[in-house]
Ligand binder design. Structure first.
Ligand code: SF4
Length: 266
């Protein structure tokens, strides 16, 4: 007789780590997954899952699933032992880094390592309590917040707006998240640093908030951003503005609507 059990676990396909209930049937040919659904009792995801979690079973049973590492050779794909694969990846990553520098989020990880002592101590927004959510180049409606570990992001974002908060997106593309934001400001690709320098300039110009006793180097920061006024960055980075409460004209074409506008605090 086939016995079924429901196992409480989490989907680990992305950083949202949604809670899932996996039904497993123990038959004569071994355990088989028969059902996967969101776990309503999970305190973080509250039952939310995306289609990837539902497809976990197909991933597990796919006959083409890789069971060992492979590498591309002149004669096609060749299997490797795990130790050999790890050695190869470690060596090539070091070589690529020496040749081309770091990319993606590694500078981010270096910054938090220097600030907080560990490369994974990445500060994230306290989405369920925040009242002003500013996002640069992030599309959490598609990614579910990624490193924010905020499953069911659409619900959380609506909650920010429902309690009177504001959602602002800075992105060269009108993403799913930009479409529901209170403001969407287009930015020239690669101009994030100029934008952030000017943002810091303005924060310091508005008066420094009370800082923790261990904070030092504030004067060096002030000097570093002294020339980055919003006016200077405004013409360099922001090409137009739109959003749920923004200019309707900007929604149809980022190119035709080239007003220079700075997203000042309201
Ligand atoms: S958002 Fe989707 S892929 Fe990411 S943890 Fe949740 S169910 Fe898995």
């Amino acid at each position: 007789m086939t016995e079924t059990t429901v196992r409480r676990t989490a989907c680990n396909l992305c950083e949202a780590i949604c809670g899932i209930l996996v039904t497993v049937a123990d038959g004569p040919e071994g355990p088989t997954v028969t059902d996967i659904r969101g776990d309503e009792a999970d305190p973080l995801s509250k039952g939310h899952i995306c289609p990837k979690a539902v497809a976990l079973r197909d991933l597990q049973t796919d006959p083409d699933r890789l069971r060992k590492p492979v590498r591309r050779t002149a004669d096609g794909w060749a299997e490797l032992e795990w130790d050999e694969a790890y050695d190869l990846v470690a060596r090539r990553l070091t070589e690529v880094q020496a040749e081309h520098g770091t990319v993606d989020q590694l500078p981010h990880q270096l910054a938090v390592h220097l600030l907080y002592g560990h490369q994974l101590m990445v500060p994230v927004a306290d989405i369920d309590r925040t009242s002003y959510l500013l996002m640069l180049g992030a599309n959490p409606l598609a990614s579910n917040g990624s490193m924010m570990t905020a499953p069911g992001f659409a619900r959380r974002l609506k909650a920010v707006q429902a309690r009177g908060g504001k959602v602002v997106v800075i992105d060269p593309r009108r993403t799913e998240t930009a479409s529901v934001a209170d403001e969407h400001h287009f930015i020239r690709p690669g101009a994030d640093a100029a934008f952030l320098l000017a943002l810091l300039h303005q924060v310091l110009a508005d008066g420094v908030p009370e800082l923790a006793s261990y904070v030092d180097g504030l004067e060096q920061v002030r000097e570093a951003v002294a020339e980055w006024t919003p006016e200077r960055a405004g013409s360099a980075v922001v090409t137009s503005a739109g959003g749920r409460a923004g200019s309707a004209g900007c929604r149809s074409s980022a190119v035709s609507c080239r007003r220079q506008r700075w997203p000042r605090r309201s």
